[in-house]
Write a protein that binds this ligand. Structure first.
Ligand SMILES: [Zn+2]
Ligand SMILES: [Zn+2]
Length: 341
């Protein structure tokens, strides 16, 4: 069948030959101007001012957002696309590119160009963030002890990396503020559900206890608006400390999830204590409470060392062969030599 328009070539699509088809159809629609909103605080981009997207590379973000405005006619598919953006001034960019198209059996190529106009704005997240918006506070507190700087950093890292991960689910999840307060840290979180799951995770990680409370903070969209507090109370013992458990002394080796690993001071073997049972631990001595004793002699799994208070030579069990000095911890009436750590 011949093309009904030119009558010369073979018809390939809708009764037309390739040339006549392309001459009479606009396969691609590229707007002359593409308006995009850019958040002046975080660089997020939006096409409509409602839905915002974060991009790692700003130019790539512009390109992707602008290119999404290019449309093709029904039955046409883009088989290849190349584009780039060029900055004219901070509010004007040019989108340039090339498309390979397929319409039925017809393949064609098309260059395009459009001007991107940028409107500076503030995204809802930044509005909330800078307005100090929060739905919940994660409070981290130590029981009867000061929290070391190291510990604070550790807990802050656990919380912030958790929240960071959740940003992938919703960009409305963020930390509004972190505050060091007497006895611990307060972390303000934009979304209560995110705060809750993070607090729960932290409590598991450090074998702490989580309690939840809420306070009426006003009304939002006709409903009561509550602010939540998730209190994570840390146990008083830390890795390296000594605890009494069921009448015996142990050194705390660490905690994974809510399972504590303890080293028996008496027998030298490791035991595991899970969940609630750890609440029976009684702190006997801190890691820092150990003393340095001078070793007099050593052998057969024993050492003789000088008690710095009485200057008496005491025999202690010691699996390690110590150097000139050995660390000794007093637990109740007992003395234990510690391996080097
Ligand atoms: Zn024709
Ligand atoms: Zn923003």
């Amino acid at each position: 069948m011949k093309c009904f328009k030119c009558g010369k070539n073979e018809a390939v699509q809708d009764g037309l030959c390739r040339e006549c088809y392309l001459a009479t159809h606009d396969l691609v629609k590229v707007p002359d101007y593409i308006d995009l909103y850019v958040c002046s605080h975080c660089g997020a981009i939006s096409s409509d001012g409602k839905r915002w997207t974060d991009y790692e590379d700003f130019n790539e973000g512009l390109e992707e957002s602008a290119a999404s405005r290019i449309s093709v006619s029904r039955g046409t598919v883009i088989t290849e696309e190349e584009s780039s953006v060029i900055e004219k001034d901070p509010h004007t960019y040019v989108l340039k590119g090339h498309l390979s198209l397929k319409t039925g059996p017809i393949f064609s190529e098309k260059d395009f160009q459009s001007t991107i106009r940028i409107k500076t704005s503030t995204c809802p997240r930044c509005t909330r963030l800078h307005g100090g918006y929060y739905e919940a506070i994660i409070q981290i507190r130590a029981s009867d002890r000061a929290m070391s700087e190291e510990e604070k950093t550790e807990y802050e890292d656990i919380v912030s990396s958790r929240i960071e991960e959740m940003k992938n689910i919703s960009r409305d999840i963020f930390i509004t503020q972190e505050e060091e307060v007497h006895g611990g840290i307060d972390i303000y979180v934009s979304k209560s559900r995110a705060a809750k799951s993070t607090a729960r995770y932290l409590a598991e990680e450090v074998a702490g206890r989580l309690t939840e409370s809420k306070k009426l903070a006003g009304r939002k969209e006709g409903e009561d608006f509550y602010r939540f507090t998730y209190l994570v109370r840390l146990p008083e013992y830390r890795k390296g400390d000594f605890v009494e458990y069921l009448g015996k002394y142990y050194r705390v080796l660490g905690v994974t999830g809510s399972t504590w690993k303890l080293l028996s001071m008496e027998k030298g073997n490791e035991i595991k204590v899970r969940g609630r049972d750890a609440e029976k631990f009684k702190l006997s001595a801190k890691k820092e409470d150990s003393e340095e004793w001078i070793v007099v002699s050593a052998g057969n799994g024993e050492i003789q060392a000088l008690d710095p208070y009485t200057y008496r030579t005491i025999t202690l069990r010691c699996a390690d062969k110590p150097g000139e000095k050995v660390k000794v911890i007093r637990l109740g009436d007992e003395l234990y030599a510690l391996p080097d750590d």
